[in-house]
Design a protein around this ligand. Structure first.
Ligand code: IMP
Length: 192
C-alpha cells in the first residue's frame, strides 16, 4: 500500500514521511511520474485540497492526500484566505502580499487573524478531511526574517514574537499545518 502526497515540495514530503508510521510508504508527485502543476481553481481551502487529492487519486490510481493553507483576517472578511499566495498578483511575491495587507489594515483596531490548513485524503475510494488552525494577530509592521509568506506579520496568540522571529522547530509545535498533519497521522495510525 502506498500513499501519495500531492506536492512537489521535496522538503514538505520528507518532513511528513518522517512523522508517518512505517507503512504506508509516502511518495511525492515526482515519484509517480506526475510533473504537472495541479489546478487550484476552487474558492475554498477545502475545495482546493479536495480538487488536488481527487485529481491525483483518479488519474494515477493511487491513495493520495493534498493540502491547502491560507491566512484569514477577521476585519477583512476572511481575506486573503484561499488567495493568500497570490493576494497582490499572480507573481506570488510575499513582500507585496504583506505590503497590501498592512496597507488595507492601516488604522484598523481589530487585528485578529488565523492561519488555517485543510488536508483532503482520498483513501480506498473514500474521502476524509483534516483541519488545523492557529489564532493570532496581524502586527503593524514586519518583524523577523525566518519562515515564509506572512510569517513576519503574524503573531500567534500567547506569544510576543511573530512566526518569523521563531525557529522552525518552535513554529512547528503550534502551526496550523502541524496540527492538520498530526490529525492525518493519528487517523492513518488508527487505520493501518
Ligand atoms: P500553501 O497552501 O501551503 O501553499 O499556502 C498558501 C499560501 O498561504 C502561502 O503561499 C502563504 O502566502 C500563505 N501561508 C500558508 N501557510 C503559511 C505559514 O505557515 N506562514 C506564512 N504564510 C503562510
Amino acid at each position: 500500500m502506498e500513499l501519495v502526497f500531492a506536492s512537489s515540495n521535496s522538503g514538505k514530503i520528507k518532513e511528513i514521511a518522517l512523522l508517518l508510521p512505517e507503512h504506508p510508504v509516502l511518495k511525492g508527485l515526482a515519484d509517480i511520474g506526475c510533473n504537472e502543476e495541479l489546478a487550484e481553481t476552487q474558492t475554498t481551502l477545502e475545495g482546493n485540497a479536495l480538487q488536488k487529492a481527487r485529481y491525483v487519486s483518479e488519474n494515477y490510481k493511487v491513495n493520495c492526500f493534498a493540502d491547502d493553507s491560507g491566512l484569514e483576517i477577521e476585519a477583512l472578511d476572511g481575506r486573503p484566505g484561499v488567495y493568500s499566495a497570490r493576494y497582490a498578483g499572480e507573481q506570488k511575491i510575499a513582500a507585496d502580499n504583506i505590503a497590501k495587507i498592512l496597507q488595507e489594515m492601516s488604522g484598523l483596531k481589530n487585528r485578529k487573524a488565523r492561519f488555517r490548513t485543510v488536508i483532503a485524503l482520498c483513501l480506498e475510494g473514500k474521502e476524509f478531511q483534516f483541519e488545523g488552525t492557529v489564532n493570532g494577530t496581524i502586527t503593524t509592521a514586519k518583524q523577523g526574517i525566518q519562515g515564509f509568506g506572512y510569517d513576519p506579520i503574524f503573531q500567534p496568540e500567547g506569544y510576543t514574537q511573530t512566526f518569523a522571529q521563531m525557529s522552525l522547530a518552535e513554529k512547528n509545535t503550534i502551526s496550523h499545518r502541524a496540527k492538520a498533519i498530526s490529525k492525518l497521522i493519528a487517523f492513518l495510525k488508527d487505520t493501518y
